[in-house]
Design a protein around this ligand. Structure first.
Ligand code: IDP
Ligand code: MG
Length: 140
């Protein structure tokens, strides 16, 4: 059973541009998770390539990195019991069209050509990715 965990949440450039940072954080806090650290970042390609290393070589990789570089991103360190799986549940499916109502992507993600890419939020998917990603985004 999962214990106290920390996870990385990113409000992607579309979420920041649409003024949804507060709404997204509200949902995470309302569920009982704790905001431990937050910063606005303009990520460079090196950071984004490291962050999305598992997707390198896939057809959506370059457009994804370009999109993530297109505007500021809000990075959050979130803590709580089983926070990694729990925050992923709050996000919903990667494709906002398929994401269930009640989830962040299901309620707030738009249905349009770039919906899968511009899906508002990133959240770590495992203990291994959360420690790797938190070290990348919250490096001193
Ligand atoms: P996740 O964010 O739900 O974990 P991943 O499969 O890890 O989804 O993909 C990382 C990110 O890459 C997605 O959140 C989305 O922005 C983008 N992405 C994934 N699959 C596609 C696709 O088929 N087309 C365009 N963008 C994609
Ligand atoms: Mg992923």
């Amino acid at each position: 059973m999962a214990g106290l965990e920390e996870t990385l949440v990113l409000v992607k450039p579309d979420g920041v541009a649409r003024n949804l940072t507060g709404e997204i954080l509200s949902r995470i806090e309302a569920k009982g998770y704790q905001l431990v650290d937050i910063r606005m970042v303009e990520p460079n390609r090196d950071l984004l390539s490291a962050h999305y290393a598992e997707h390198e070589g896939k057809p959506f990789f370059d457009p994804l990195v370009n999109f993530m570089e297109s505007g500021p991103v809000v990075a959050m360190r979130i803590a709580g019991h089983a926070a990694i799986a729990g925050v992923r549940s709050l996000c919903g499916a990667t494709d906002p069209t398929a994401a269930a109502p009640g989830t962040i992507r299901g309620d707030l993600g738009r249905d349009w050509g770039l919906a899968v890419q511009q899906n508002l939020i990133h959240a770590s998917d495992s203990l291994e990715s959360s420690s790797r990603e938190l070290a990348l985004w919250f490096a001193r």
